[in-house]
Design a protein around this ligand. Structure first.
Ligand code: FA5
Length: 341
């Protein structure tokens, strides 16, 4: 084969090999194979010495052109490989700095917590402090100090969960009354919201775990008039409208006299439904004047001090406020229910 033909075939071969290169390394290896020190074209040019001057000129020119051509193929291929590399990198590492975050779903306060906080605001605006107490209580705080004697039949009014060590899950927030009387110096006004527990059959208006807000005012000359005023203020502010109430005598060992304050059922407007057990009325706010025995038990002279107390059923109040037909929704964890508040 003449040198010219050889050079032409090297160009063709180089074109094909370089077009197949996938990486810069492959490209450089191929480049060396053709125009490197030991490359094919370089080898061919070594045979130039045996040619005439005229032939040297022609072949030299051709060899130069071949070298330039191969170099330009290498460079354009190198650019292509780089472009492809960055394209892949850009796609896989794409980050849009202007893209805003998808809105995250926000949680909300449970309706019972919402109304609890509202009630706390109402009472703090009337000069009450907020007290807390433990859910596991002593028999003394839940019953004994509240004038329930050991075998008092009224203990059966509240079916109780006992712990193995002889304590109990508080059946009412009235246990916090005892803590207030022991720890605060009268005169004082407190409310104490909290979760209470009873071993009860669950139905539309009864839970075994529910919430109460206890209230207690102790001072000199505290009377039923103070109690009624406070209850009416509370209800008109919570319901933001006139609510029909009735006061019935009610028995609790720790108040004398004791009352049951019922409200006209707002779910059925008093017509009768499953929440009010068809009576049109809902027992919501038992209350009364603090029993002299409770004051004496706490070391206070009942001739000097008097007071009133109440125990609001918070779940039932929330049911009335939002027209909720079944108390079981509150602990159901049902998001469709909870998202409405
Ligand atoms: C008491 O628990 C007394 N400690 C209330 C009290 C306090 C009276 C201070 C006098 C002075 P009673 O057991 O009635 O009382 O419960 C109070 C309120 O809690 C009821 O009116 C009712 O609204 C609510 N309640 C009672 N049992 C349940 C229950 N199983 N599920 C939901 N709410 C209940």
């Amino acid at each position: 084969m003449s040198i010219i033909k050889e050079i032409e075939s090297i160009i063709l071969e180089a074109e094909e090999a370089l077009s197949k290169a996938q990486s810069e390394e492959e490209l450089d290896t191929n480049k060396n194979n053709f125009i490197g020190k030991k490359g094919k074209l370089t080898q061919v040019l070594k045979g130039l010495a045996s040619l005439s001057v005229e032939e040297k000129k022609t072949v030299g020119k051709l060899a130069n052109e071949a070298q330039v051509k191969i170099e330009s193929i290498v460079e354009s291929k190198r650019n292509k490989i780089k472009e492809e590399f960055y394209e892949v990198k850009l796609k896989s590492e794409f980050f849009d700095v202007l893209r805003t975050e998808e809105p995250k779903e926000k949680g909300s306060l449970h309706p019972i917590s919402q109304i609890q906080y509202e009630i706390e605001d109402i009472f703090t605006s009337m000069g009450f402090s907020i007290m807390d107490g433990p859910e596991v209580e002593t028999d003394e705080n839940n019953f004994g100090a509240l004038n329930f004697t050991e075998d008092h039949p009224a203990r059966d009014m509240q079916d109780t969960f006992y712990t193995k060590d002889g304590n109990l899950l508080r059946t009412h927030t009235s246990a916090i009354q005892v803590r207030a009387l022991r720890n605060l110096k009268p005169p004082f006004r407190i409310i104490a919201p909290g979760r209470v527990f009873r071993y009860e059959e669950v139905d539309a208006s009864h839970e075994n775990t529910f919430y109460q807000v206890e209230g207690m005012v102790v001072g000199e000359g505290i009377s039923i008039a103070h109690l009624i005023y406070t209850m009416e203020t509370l209800l008109s502010r919570v319901f933001r409208k006139e609510v029909k109430t009735r006061l019935r005598p009610g028995y609790f060992p720790f108040v004398e006299p004791g009352f049951e304050l019922d409200i006209n059922c707002l779910v059925c407007e008093g017509k009768g439904c499953s929440v009010c057990k068809q009576s049109g009325w809902l027992e919501l706010l038992p209350c009364g004047l603090v029993h002299p025995n409770v004051l004496s038990h706490a070391g206070l002279d009942p001739k000097k001090w008097s007071g009133f107390a109440f125990g609001l059923g918070l779940d039932r109040l929330v049911m009335m406020r939002y027209n909720i037909h079944d108390i079981r929704y509150f602990q159901s964890g049902n998001l469709r229910f909870l998202k409405q508040f």
